[in-house]
Design a protein around this ligand. Structure first.
Ligand code: MN
Length: 435
């Protein structure tokens, strides 16, 4: 174990590292040895949900590794239906486990590599596993931190000359979302019913949403409990973040337009939010850190941090339309365009004295880029339905139809490898009878 004790967590990001799990070394694998994202899974041989780590096309069952004394934690830390107990141990333990796993999975380490019997119980093929919601989420907050997105929406609904409201460049704008309806990738999404009001109608009607949309976002998972009244300082905020997921903030635009004044979205957002099953740690993302966009005016002192706090994460949205023979990529953008950083979002959230809890989910806000093919919502790419898109079959399309499937994908591109998020998928099913 000496080499493990001497290995730093930074060495786990060395791009030269290879694993004895052959599929992890393929350049397009989302889960090379440099990633090691955490999730919760079960399979037909063992239906108990437990903590695992993705490597190539396999899952490492941490309960089995712990049983064999190969980790510094006992089985009970990982024999859980959520990551919360492990996350609550704190950054030092996240990093210590990352070092242990990186070593055990390294091409040069024989402990598992040459023990076929042990490997059979430790390694579970992802194709045989069911992935669960990875975190028990006490609270969900959604921000609005893409300048391109806020500008597009402001241009559409207000005034192109004053697209950004005066507070936007001063505050990482956010609202408290709904945690109970956050679901894992693959969960069907039922079209919501709600109140909508056509401009010419005297009163609203209740019925199925007609402008069902996506929001391409990432989310971060809070890694610490804080005390009421004790803000997180911006400079230290990243140490309070465990990792990131892909997030689709499904949105009912017609319901939203009628309900959002004066307190913001409610039923138009609260019916479902989908996240990807693997939590990619901030430590795995470290090599892909980049500068955030220049912020002008300079933020107030409590929102200032030195150094680079952006991350170069490529993002794509695929739409497989109902009745279409193939999926089409309808957006390509990047997390690095985000104006406000995750650290600033967390510092702002707690600046009032509001506490956070392990497992809290913070949505980035819709991530749009500078070009028309980098819009993170259909609202923007179809300009509120005025500019339909053409599907592979030649049909025209604006918002989502029943049977449509949306898949978000994200990855950091390294030199010969990628640190990926897997996918975040959801298919639309018809609304309940609204009678
Ligand atoms: Mn959103």
């Amino acid at each position: 174990m000496n080499d493990i004790n001497q290995m730093t967590w930074q060495a786990t990001n060395d791009r030269q590292r290879k694993s004895w799990v052959a599929s992890a070394n393929e350049p397009e694998s989302d889960f090379p040895i440099q990633n090691l994202p955490f999730g919760v899974f079960s399979n037909s041989q063992n239906e108990a949900a437990r903590v695992g780590v993705a490597i190539g096309d396999q899952i490492v069952d941490l309960t089995v590794l712990a049983d064999h004394g190969l980790l510094s934690h006992k089985r009970k830390t990982f024999a859980r239906s959520s990551l919360n107990d492990f996350i609550a141990l704190g950054q030092t333990e996240w990093r210590a486990l990352r070092v242990q796993l990186s070593s055990l999975l390294d091409a040069g380490n024989a402990v598992l590599r040459d023990n076929a019997l042990l490997r059979q119980t430790v390694m579970v093929p992802q194709s045989d596993a069911r992935l669960h919601l990875p975190v028990d989420i006490p609270g969900y907050t959604d921000f609005y931190s893409s300048k391109e997105h806020a500008t597009n929406v402001g241009t559409m609904f207000r005034d192109p000359k004053n697209a950004l409201l005066p507070n936007w460049l001063e505050i990482p704008i956010g609202y408290n979302g709904r945690a109970s309806s956050v679901v894992v990738s693959g969960t069907p999404v039922k079209r919501p019913n709600g109140q909508t009001k056509l401009p010419e109608a005297e009163r609203p009607a209740f019925g199925p949403c007609r402008k069902l949309d996506i929001e391409l976002e990432t989310g971060f998972i809070v890694g610490t409990n804080t005390r009421l009244g004790e803000p997180i300082q911006c400079e230290q905020a990243e140490a309070h973040i465990f990792g990131m997921v892909l997030l689709n903030d499904w949105s009912a635009r017609d319901i939203q337009q009628w309900e959002y004044v004066p307190l913001g979205p409610f039923n138009s957002k609260g019916f479902a939010t989908t996240i990807s099953p693997w939590v990619v740690t901030l430590d795995a993302l470290e090599p892909f850190r980049c500068a955030q966009p220049e912020q002008s005016p300079a933020p107030l002192p409590y929102l200032r941090h030195s150094g680079r706090h952006g991350f170069d994460i490529r993002l794509e949205v695929d739409l497989h339309g109902v009745g279409e023979s193939e999926a089409s990529t309808i957006a390509r953008t990047n997390f690095k365009y985000m104006y406000w950083t995750m650290a600033q979002q967390l510092a702002h959230h707690t600046s009032s004295g509001c506490n956070v809890r392990v497992g809290d989910l913070m949505g980035s806000g819709t991530i749009s880029g500078p070009t028309s093919d980098s819009c993170g919502s259909l609202l923007e790419s179809t300009w509120n339905g005025q500019r339909p898109m053409t599907m592979p079959s030649g049909r025209q399309r604006t918002f989502l139809e029943d049977g449509d499937e949306i898949v978000l994908r994200g990855w950091c591109q390294g030199d010969g490898y990628r640190v990926g998020f897997g996918s975040c998928a959801g298919r639309i099913v018809p609304a309940s009878e609204s009678a």
